[in-house]
Design a protein around this ligand. Sequence first.
Ligand code: NAD
Ligand code: MG
Length: 391
Amino acid sequence: MAAKRLTILGSTGSIGQNTLDLVRRAGEGAFDIVALTAHSNANQLAEQALEFGAKFVALASEENAGILKTLLRDSNVEIGVGPDALVEAGKRSADFVMASIIGSAGLEPTLAAIEQGIHVGLANKECLVCAGELVMTAVAQSGSTLLPIDSEHNAIFQVLDQKQPESVKRLILTASGGPFLDRTPAEMYNITVSDALNHPIWSMGAKITIDSASMMNKGLELIEASHLFGRKSGEIDVIIHPQSIIHSMVEYVDGSYLAQLGSPDMRTPIAYALAYPARMSAPVPKLDLTQTGGLTFFEPDLEQFPALKLAREALNTGGAATNILNAANEVAVAAFLDKKIGFLDIASIAEKTLDKLGRANLAQSDLASVLAIDEQARITATESIQGLSRS
Ligand code: NAD
Ligand code: MG
């Protein structure tokens, strides 16, 4: 079989590195690397390009372009710099693109990949949160297949009968609940960056780890699921399942529940997408149900995790609300990681930004309006953060 031509948008991140781990293990001849991209880590990007023989690399930030050029000067790797180069990476002819940039920065490169009409592994959930209609329209027009990488959505994709949508009653997203399930409101107030970065189950990039701690991640996933599977908010439930063994479920009208189980290791959904519709082996720990102990489930506490409630409200509002929520959350999480605001301020900044801009009922009909609203929400969220630090 011919090698699969693969591009990874965001190859230096957690999902990107896990994808390359599978490529490495698949051995010579399984994959040909078309393009790799990174934000600013020129050293890691150059190392990956040389190890995997990438044809093209794109670095978003201009700052380290000189380092990248020096490191690759004796190679044949073509180099692009700046946001346009990332879109170029998404456009380069491939069989599969892994969309694993974090945040709405990944929207345009991911759209470029979708427009190729190929298989796209979607880890970058923020694309669907900020521009769900636009992305799903592009998928329908190009004939691209979106293969969800998020473990919950990948689970649902595996057990969902897409041919008989009327047979499906509900989607049930499971959530590990993050590290703060047992905290009282007073204890939530004093959470530090290192507390929040210490996820009990999953090892992931910093932004999604903070989102998991606030449960904004589950809120973003609720919105993601709604677009991916064409379901209304009322048809999608969230339940806490701290062991993260059942990755999500589908409830059918006849009372059947189909679930996908596995060890919590992102290489399973990544392998599923890379090999789809076939399967490939992944070096994940065996799931031994005799050793896992009890599996527990309970309702999320929306007072303790207001971000989840906010995300559902934004989904119900529709239009630009989820875009505003996403941008404000990105700004607030960055400020928390920079120790400029407290943990509980993240959801309150998102709420304030929605209050300020949501009522303006901003229309978002095309890419330009999505990007303009994203920008406006970032400015508004930044002003709220400055207001907090002054008070
Ligand atoms: P990460 O922070 O580890 O990596 C992000 C990647 O995007 C890096 O390659 C980085 O260089 C690049 N990047 C960051 N900012 C950029 C910008 N402004 N412009 C261009 N490139 C930029 O993130 P991650 O944990 O790998 O997550 C990637 C995506 O996958 C996110 O949307 C996340 O929600 C989703 N996801 C991740 C996991 C996981 O296990 N890590 C699980 C489920 C979903
Ligand atoms: Mg997930």
